[in-house]
Design a protein around this ligand. Structure first.
Ligand SMILES: C[S@@+](CC[C@H](N)C(=O)[O-])C[C@H]1O[C@@H](n2cnc3c(N)ncnc32)[C@H](O)[C@@H]1O
Length: 177
């Protein structure tokens, strides 16, 4: 009886921490944890001209599924940053056996973006302004920046692919920096 009560309390506590933390991250960044579906990840993967062994930074990597798919297909050297504790641990667990994937818990706006072949994000318009600010301020060069669904506010993309070409849905904005 007592054991059962303790287990229920623990489950409630852990759930409250995960939900509370998710709201905190949403309040702090304005970006919710929304995962791309498999077909969206495949669309991104097939739209980028990635060569085996290239370095790939995923800003807000969620549960790490894109990095995992990229490592399976192109043996990329992947780095992901994530602030949502639930997503972070899922990403860690999903990729623990991939020596070429590193997942960090932390704010990607404070991370080093300087030495990647690809930088990818799926964020929100407000965050895109901050990301553009960093790309410009740090003069990130020799890198392909790609963003799903939301573009950089005032830099024209080099290429634009639509997941659904007829209905112009699911834009992938690609910038050759
Ligand atoms: C729209 S979700 C996309 C998740 C993942 N890329 C996917 O497609 O499954 C955006 C993610 O970015 C994370 N995020 C937002 N701002 C962040 C920041 N400044 N640093 C680290 N992660 C951040 C959120 O927690 C969220 O999980």
């Amino acid at each position: 009886m007592l054991i059962g009560l303790i287990i229920i309390l623990l489950v409630v506590l852990v759930t409250a921490i995960i939900v509370g933390w998710s709201f905190f991250v949403l309040w702090r960044t304005g970006v919710p944890f929304v995962t791309m579906r498999r077909y969206e990840n495949e669309f991104v993967l097939n739209s980028l001209d990635i060569k085996p062994g290239q370095t790939f930074l995923d800003l807000g990597c969620g549960d790490g599924r894109l990095l995992k798919m990229l490592a399976d297909k192109y043996q990329i050297n992947g780095t992901g940053y994530e602030l949502n504790i639930w997503a972070y641990w899922r990403a860690k667990l999903k990729t623990w056996h991939y020596p070429n994937i590193r997942i960090y818990y932390g704010d990607y706006l404070k991370a080093d973006w300087s030495s990647f072949d690809y930088i990818f994000t799926y964020a929100m318009p407000g965050m895109m302004t901050r990301i553009q600010g960093r790309l410009v301020k740090e003069r990130i060069k020799n890198c392909t920046f790609a963003t799903y669904a939301f573009r950089l506010p005032s830099i024209e993309p080099t290429h634009l692919h639509y997941r659904d070409i007829d209905k112009r849905r699911g834009g992938l904005y690609i910038y050759l920096l």
